[in-house]
Ligand binder design. Structure first.
Ligand SMILES: Nc1ncnc2c1ncn2[C@@H]1O[C@H](COP(=O)(O)OP(=O)(O)O)[C@@H](O)[C@H]1O
Ligand SMILES: [Mg+2]
Length: 254
């Protein structure tokens, strides 16, 4: 049997007396879109940050591709293919959208002085491939017409799209996204999720926090619901919608 891509067992993260993540166990399979939802303060961001190595878990184990990553540094986790926007080089507002894509590409040889000085030909050969890849991804997120505009000219929603696009440039095995549909119109939001689904057939898995449940539930293969630091329901979207606990969790929010 093939191992899960990400396997989390009994992971806890406390901040003083606050049990932000309290004994969470979950699995993410190879490929597919997995959703993570729950009211504000339920521990979603803390769980993401613990997976990505920003926090060390107080308890429990996190395995990625069969390897324990509890004690790995952030860049080592990234090198394994577990990617989130914060690990990528920051957005350069005065660089073009396309250049910001190239900067986010993994293992780019052009950033090494040696290569750019002595292996210019090879670097350009590689860059040509990267440019094609970047333009393909920009088309997916409907940013093609801004490819040569400074990133600083993009709207908030478009920056969110560029964030997704740059994450894909890093060739992740598992891409963690925090609200990719925030500030984007519903039609485009659905298109983006459809494209993520297409990418997922090519072996990229997605773990996505998204408050736009009407979009997420149309595309997610599996959903985890968190409340007060715990996973309280897990299942296919329809099973989540049919579960009274799901509504109780959100009613308790206000
Ligand atoms: N760095 C921190 N220091 C102290 N408390 C924190 C910190 N980060 C999160 N928390 C607390 O942990 C709980 C979960 O927060 P968070 O993970 O941000 O939830 P969510 O992303 O679901 O809104 C909240 O009570 C929050 O106040
Ligand atoms: Mg959060």
């Amino acid at each position: 049997m093939e191992e899960e891509l990400l396997r989390i067992r009994e992971v806890s993260k406390h901040f003083g007396g606050v049990y932000a993540v309290n004994g969470v166990s979950l699995d993410i399979d190879h490929g597919g879109i997995c959703g993570l939802v729950g009211p504000n303060g339920s521990g979603k961001t803390t769980l993401f940050n613990t997976i990505l190595g920003l926090h060390k878990p107080d308890q429990g184990d996190i395995h990625f591709k069969g390897k324990c990553i509890n004690n790995l540094a952030i860049h080592q986790i990234y090198d394994l293919g577990l990617v989130n926007a914060f690990q990528l080089p920051r957005l350069f507002f005065n660089l073009s959208v396309l250049d910001n894509m190239l900067v986010a590409a993994r293992g780019q040889q052009g950033d090494r002085l040696y290569n750019s000085l002595f292996l210019r030909g090879r670097w350009q050969e590689q860059e040509k491939g990267l440019i094609e890849e970047a333009l393909d991804i920009l088309e997916v997120v409907e940013l093609t017409q801004w490819a040569f505009s400074p990133a600083g000219e993009l709207s908030g929603g478009q920056r969110k799209l560029l964030e997704v696009a740059r994450g894909l440039m890093a060739k992740p095995r598992l891409l963690l996204l925090d609200e990719p549909a925030a500030g984007i119109n519903p039609v485009l939001g659905k298109k983006i999720f459809q494209k993520l689904k297409d990418f997922s057939y090519n072996g990229i898995a997605f773990f996505i926090v998204e408050h736009r449940l009407e979009i997420l539930f149309d595309f997610a293969t599996w959903v985890y619901v968190m409340d007060k630091g715990k996973v309280v329901i897990a299942g296919e979207p329809q099973a989540i919608i049919d579960d009274p606990t799901f509504y109780a969790v959100y009613l308790g929010e206000e």
